[in-house]
Structure formats: structure tokens, C-alpha cells
Design a protein around this ligand. Structure first.
Ligand SMILES: Nc1nc2c(ncn2[C@@H]2O[C@H](COP(=O)(O)OP(=O)(O)O)[C@@H](O)[C@H]2O)c(=O)[nH]1
Ligand SMILES: Nc1ncnc2c1ncn2[C@@H]1O[C@H](COP(=O)(O)OP(=O)(O)O)[C@@H](O)[C@H]1O
Length: 293
């Protein structure tokens, strides 16, 4: 190849590499959607078409090297493939996976699931318990937790009570949609399978989780609906925390400090419901889930 042509080819290769790096960055940061990238990859010569399938998968939050290898095996796609070089069936399988992951293939255009979060002691648990009792059509996700059961709590109903080892195994197997260490103590996480399956059946799925978890759901399942449960006032939030009587004074002060930061998160949410009275707040939430508002 003449010197000039070689230099031009080098420049083109460098530009293509940069464009791919930029695309990977936009995928990771959520600026561009994986579905859009799959669509672009159908046009030869685009950065999307030349993106390696492994780089594509690794851009998903919570997919690492090991999971990506296992996924490629399941999807029957070689790890050397680039997005533009997939066969039609491979593309369909990959797209199905992406849609399930993002939660965009639930029935109709209803969000695949609803997350209820809010500051400590606002009444998330109370509202969730009310919904469990009065609205059986709502499927409440059962979280896994490393904390011990309290009297009256039933394994598999209120939580799946697991030890640290089992929780680690669930994490390693990518079985959790989201997870967090709550109040610096125990780990809590949402098992992915039941939630995704119920959403695919078009059921109304509710997750009552903490704020860190809500943010993870937003990142990995942008179609999910995030509802913030807010107290009628700051004083009422303090009353509820004190009134519950489950924390000592030191722990209460610590939680109230956190609650101030947590209250500011309301603006990240799609909807805010004020928990003035439990039956009213619960009914409003269910209405919202049914699409009645
Ligand atoms: N991220 C996340 N948080 C959860 C999950 N399940 C429960 N939580 C949160 O964990 C916190 C503690 O719940 P719990 O152990 O029932 O105790 P309580 O709220 O002090 O009665 C609550 O803020 C829940 O919202 C989960 O699967 N993921
Ligand atoms: N709407 C409400 N009005 C008055 N008290 C409430 C209301 N909702 C919850 N509570 C009380 O506030 C306390 C905290 O509620 P809880 O469900 O444990 O909060 P969270 O799960 O958000 O930490 C409990 O004592 C509960 O009985």
C-alpha cells in the first residue's frame, strides 16, 4: 500500500476506534439506549455496527465478564462477533434479551413495574402491607434479606431470609435486579426472576425498596415507574420514627440525618404520593398502577 494510503487508513482506523469508545461511554452512562444501538448497527459502517458484542453486553450495569460469557452461550453468539455481523436470529435473540432487561416488553405501554421508595419511617412498609391485604391483584415483590426474621414474619411471604453466603451466591449468579446495604446493616435485594416474569404476564408489580435500590432500578430498567412516598411534614416524619419505637435515640438521630438527604431525592421520581392516611395513599398508588390517573 502506498505511504499516503496507509496513513489515511490509519487515521480512519483511529477515528473508528474513537467513535466506538464514545459509543461505549454513552451506552454505559445511559445517554444512548441499547435498543437504539441495535437499530443503528443494521447500517454498515456505523460505530454501532463495528461494536463488539462483548463490549455491548459489558455496558449494562451489573453485567461483568463472567455473565457476558454465559449470556453469549445462551444466545448462541460467538464472543468475536460485532453487532453489525449478527445473523437475523441472533439479532432477534439479542433484542429479546435487551427488551426483557430494560422492561420494555411488558403488556401494553404500562410500566413493567412500580417502585415505592421514600425516607425512613414515612410508612413504606405500612402502605405496602395495606396493599398486600386489600389489593390482591398487586403482586408485591418478596425481597431477599440477610437480617433475621422478626416474630410473625414468614419466610417467602415477607422476605426470603438468607445468610450472607446465600446472598453472595445470588449476586454472583446475577439473580438480583437491585440490592443495597440498608441502614449500614443488612443486605436486601430484589430477586429478578419473579418480578420480570410477572411483568411479562402484564401483572401489576410493586417493589417496596430503599432509595439506593430505586436508583439502580432506574438505571437498569428505565421503563420502570418510580413513586416517592412523602410525609405530610417534617415533624410528622419525626413523630412516626419516634412513635415506631424500634430504634434507640442515637440510631434515630442518625436516620433523621439521612432522611433530610432522602427527602431531597423526591425530584428524581416520576410521582410523589403524600402518606397522609394509609388507605388513601395506598389507593392512590394502586390507581396509578392501574393507569386510572
Ligand atoms: N434496596 C432494597 N431495599 C429493600 C429491599 N427490601 C426492603 N428494603 C428496604 O429495607 C429497609 C428495611 O426494611 P425492614 O427490614 O422491613 O425494616 P424496617 O423498615 O425498619 O421495618 C426499608 O427501607 C425497605 O424499603 C430490597 O429488596 N432492596
Ligand atoms: N399515614 C400514616 N399515618 C400515621 N402513622 C403512620 C402512617 N403510615 C405509617 N405510619 C406509622 O409510622 C411508622 C413508620 O412506618 P413504617 O411503615 O415502618 O415506615 P418505613 O417502612 O417507611 O420505614 C409506623 O409506626 C407506622 O405505624
Amino acid at each position: 500500500m502506498p505511504e499516503v494510503d496507509r496513513a489515511a487508513a490509519n487515521r480512519a482506523a483511529i477515528a473508528a476506534r474513537r467513535a466506538r469508545a464514545d459509543l461505549k461511554h454513552r451506552l454505559r452512562s445511559g445517554e444512548t439506549s441499547p435498543l437504539k444501538v441495535l437499530e443503528q448497527a443494521q447500517t454498515p459502517g456505523t460505530p454501532a455496527a463495528s461494536l463488539r458484542i462483548t463490549d455491548f453486553l459489558l455496558s449494562f450495569p451489573s453485567i461483568g465478564q463472567v455473565k457476558s460469557e454465559r449470556l453469549l452461550e445462551e444466545l448462541a453468539i460467538s464472543d468475536r462477533k460485532r453487532l453489525g455481523g449478527l445473523g437475523r436470529q441472533q439479532r432477534t435473540r439479542l433484542e429479546g434479551f435487551v427488551r426483557r432487561r430494560l422492561g420494555t416488553d411488558a403488556a401494553g405501554d404500562r410500566p413493567p413495574l412500580t417502585v415505592l421508595a421514600g425516607p425512613t419511617a414515612v410508612g413504606k412498609g405500612t402502605v405496602a402491607a395495606y396493599i398486600r391485604e386489600h389489593f390482591p391483584e398487586v403482586k408485591l415483590s418478596v425481597s431477599a434479606t440477610t437480617r433475621r426474621p422478626r416474630p410473625g414474619e414468614i419466610d417467602g411471604v415477607h422476605y426470603f431470609f438468607v445468610d450472607d453466603e446465600r446472598f453472595d451466591r445470588m449476586l454472583a449468579a446475577d439473580e438480583l435486579l437491585e440490592w443495597a446495604t440498608v441502614h449500614n446493616k443488612y443486605r436486601y435485594g430484589t430477586p429478578r426472576g419473579p418480578v420480570v416474569q410477572a411483568a411479562e404476564r402484564g401483572e401489576l408489580v410493586l417493589l417496596e425498596i430503599d432509595l439506593q435500590g430505586a436508583r439502580q432500578v432506574r438505571a437498569s430498567m428505565p421503563a420502570a415507574r418510580l413513586v416517592f412516598l412523602a410525609p405530610p411534614s417534617w415533624d410528622e416524619l419525626v413523630n412516626r420514627l419516634v412513635g415506631r419505637g424500634t430504634e434507640d435515640a442515637e440510631e434515630r438521630d442518625r436516620r433523621l440525618e439521612t432522611a433530610k438527604v432522602e427527602l431531597a431525592a423526591a425530584e428524581e421520581f416520576d410521582e410523589v404520593i403524600i402518606n397522609d392516611e394509609v388507605p388513601r395513599a395506598a389507593a392512590r398508588l394502586v390507581e396509578l398502577m392501574r393507569g386510572e390517573r
